[in-house]
Design a protein around this ligand. Structure first.
Ligand SMILES: C[S@@+](CC[C@H](N)C(=O)[O-])C[C@H]1O[C@@H](n2cnc3c(N)ncnc32)[C@H](O)[C@@H]1O
Length: 245
């Protein structure tokens, strides 16, 4: 899959994606991932933060609301960056860029780097690891939310004839590479890698793994977002809290 095709897919998906984000409807974010992502980031007051694959900028705005001094959001998809810029305040900036090459950023320029469901989109996630390690200050955190490797392998439910979910199919786990999904009616390519591939690459890039979180829902969240009932059964996402020692 060429870079142009990956860009084209995100370009097409950006229209429904931005609409959904603006309507505040995205249960996996608001009901599941936002809270542990913010917890993993810790106290962000006064920090300079880089968001790799920021989309239309929702998490950048959340970090600013929590007191970040400055947030720089990067995304390959121009309409996403235009949408983020529309809601820009004085303390954030956005740029169309491929997060596998951050050569326009100086060494140790950021206190914290986040990647909120972006590494699964990258053909060369290790290039992103190396670049983030370089632009992060010593002692800073790199917080990565990703599809859980057990779900990115195949990711489908086996259902009874009347549609009831029985179990998730886990297969082709060690067959790493492209996977094709339909999201909001748009064909999207992303990349499956095993847990050991991710963790080995983080360590090899020089990061220390401070924590691994597998987010699930509380009963209270489930009452608000009943569609997240799957999350009590199987891990859909994973958050790696990495530190540059
Ligand atoms: C699943 S979305 C997540 C967006 C945002 N972080 C959020 O949580 O709403 C993934 C984003 O990564 C962007 N993306 C994909 N490949 C990229 C690359 N090589 N460099 C920068 N951004 C990329 C897509 O355009 C898309 O906006």
């Amino acid at each position: 899959m060429s870079r142009n095709n990956l860009e084209r897919e995100w370009h097409e998906l950006s229209i429904p994606w931005i609409k959904e984000a603006r309507e505040g409807r995205n249960p996996t974010r608001t009901g599941l991932l936002d809270k542990p992502m913010l917890e993993a980031c810790g106290n962000v007051e006064g920090l300079k933060i880089l968001d790799c694959g920021c989309g239309e900028g929702r998490f950048c705005r959340m970090l600013l609301d929590k007191g970040a001094e400055y947030v720089f959001g990067l995304d390959l998809c121009k309409p996403m960056i235009e949408a983020a810029t529309e809601l820009q305040s004085r303390n954030d900036a956005y740029r169309v860029a491929n997060v596998q090459d951050l050569s326009f950023i100086e060494d140790e320029a950021f206190d914290l780097v986040v990647s909120y469901l972006n590494q699964c989109d990258l053909p060369d996630f290790d290039a992103n690891n190396r670049e983030v390690f370089r632009v992060l200050r010593t002692g800073g955190l790199f917080v990565v939310a990703n599809l859980h490797p057990m779900r990115s392998a195949v990711g489908q439910w086996h259902r009874t004839d009347d549609g009831e979910k029985q179990h998730v199919i886990l297969d082709s786990y060690f067959d790493e590479g492209e996977r094709h999904w339909k999201i909001m009616g748009v064909e999207l390519t992303n990349f499956h890698r095993s847990l050991s591939t991710y963790t080995s690459a983080f360590l090899h890039a020089g990061f220390r793994i401070d924590k691994i979180t597998e987010p699930t829902v509380t009963r209270e969240q489930l009452a608000l977002y009943p569609e997240l009932d799957d999350e009590l059964r199987v891990p859909n996402f994973i958050i790696y809290t990495l530190r540059k020692p």
